[in-house]
Design a protein around this ligand. Structure first.
Ligand SMILES: Cc1cc2nc3c(=O)[nH]c(=O)nc-3n(C[C@H](O)[C@H](O)[C@H](O)COP(=O)(O)O)c2cc1C
Length: 373
């Protein structure tokens, strides 16, 4: 099964979901080495990009061997978004651009950004249209990623999908939850099927793929053209090997021993140190991954805590050496949610936001200065 993004063929039809603070050049390399697909970078704020904020310019670094460089932009202003896309096109900074309309974080929705934005349908349409126009001369496929809507009474996904299709997007991805749900409950795969039926452009399904078999099930149940995998690969970059196997009809599952997991952990930390050009900083960034890698393995609390506080690669090596390398993979952790699973919460919105769908005023202060937030 192959997914077409513009003229680019993606086999298997698998996308690593953009995850702020996670899908940097180091993590993408670990995942890419496992299997084919599209590996999206961390979210980049359009304004920070056009203003060439040094931290942002660092965040859009791709490895030399990243064949199809995929970049996600977050913006609320059609002009600034178009300027960011033009900059990417003119300077050859990426081969694919995704626009984020799914972020549920209160500091973003409170200002009208992320998952709040498609409700303002005209503004949404203008942003997507101008971005597609700016990307077209360079042949860069532009996609959007969105949620079902703000809450069950304010669903936008079918209308937004049609608007994006009319604007000329190459594909539409749906995280099948509302903003109100955040990461709680279960993704509503029926909504993915509904969107697939409504659109002619490829539809990518997202939400609750924990194992490769879930990806096949999503395709079968919804007819979607590809899958977007987020939390399922946290501490498990080898999930992309399982996904490739599953989509090519050889459903094998990698079940690394604790020793093999420890080697991947060491490599991940080393790649982060290399990417951030600073051992302390790289090790600090690695700490958040420790619990994900060790999920389900019988490792004592003291050792877990020490691993989650490392400040050098030598310290990490020493602690990893204390793990039992022969310990088999904990099968009971398979198919289980990992990463963020927070409670639903009322969506913070700007005053009067829900009352004026056709107001296309650009919301103020909705672009954080930095990226990846
Ligand atoms: C830590 C974290 C960071 C995320 N950052 C982004 C982001 O920057 N852009 C985006 O579109 N989605 C972001 N997401 C949402 C994921 O891309 C994905 O839509 C969501 O996790 C649902 O897919 P899953 O069930 O496979 O995890 C983030 C999710 C997590 C857990």
């Amino acid at each position: 099964m192959t997914l077409k993004l513009g003229t680019h063929a993606v086999t298997p039809p698998v996308v690593l979901a953009p995850m702020a603070g996670i899908t940097n050049v180091a993590f993408r390399r670990l995942c890419r080495e496992q299997g084919g697909g599209v590996y999206v970078c961390e979210m980049i704020t359009t304004r920070a990009l056009v203003e060439r904020i040094p931290k942002t310019l660092k965040m859009i670094a791709f490895a030399e061997d990243e064949g199809f460089r995929s970049l996600q932009l977050y913006g609320v202003d059609p002009e600034v978004t178009a300027a960011a896309v033009r900059m990417i096109a003119d300077e050859g900074l990426a081969d694919h651009i995704d626009l984020n309309f799914g972020c549920p974080v209160p500091k973003v929705t409170r200002r009208g950004g992320g998952s709040a934005l498609p409700w303002r349908r005209k503004l949404f349409g203008r942003i997507v249209e101008q971005a597609v126009k700016a990307a077209a001369p360079a042949g860069i496929p532009l996609t959007i990623k969105m949620r079902k809507g703000i809450d069950d009474n304010h669903l936008t996904y079918v209308e937004a999908g049609l608007t994006a299709q009319d604007a000329g997007v190459a594909a539409v991805a749906l995280h099948a939850r509302t903003a109100e749900q955040r990461y709680s409950g279960q993704a509503d795969w029926e909504a993915i099927a509904t969107l697939k039926q409504a659109l002619d452009v490829p539809v990518l399904g997202n939400g609750d793929i924990w194992e490769a078999s879930d990806a096949l099930r999503m395709v079968e149940q919804t007819g979607c053209d590809g899958v977007v995998v987020g939390r399922g690969c946290l501490g498990r970059p080898w999930l992309f090997a399982d996904l490739e196997a599953a989509f090519t009809g050889q459903p094998t599952q990698k079940l690394p021993t604790l020793g093999e997991v420890a080697s991947i952990m060491a490599r991940h930390a080393a790649l982060l140190v290399e990417a951030l050009e600073d051992e302390k900083h790289g090790c600090a960034d690695f700490r958040k991954h420790v619990a994900w890698y060790l999920k389900g393995f019988p490792v004592g609390g003291d050792l877990r805590r020490a691993l989650a506080m490392i400040s050098s690669l030598a310290e990490l090596d020493d602690l990893l050496g204390q793990l039992d390398p022969a310990e088999p993979f904990p099968r009971e952790s398979l198919g289980q949610p990992r990463g963020r699973i927070n409670a639903p919460g009322k969506v913070s919105l700007p005053y009067g936001w829900l009352d004026s769908r056709d107001d296309d005023t650009v919301p103020e202060g909705a672009e954080m200065e930095n990226s990846g937030g």
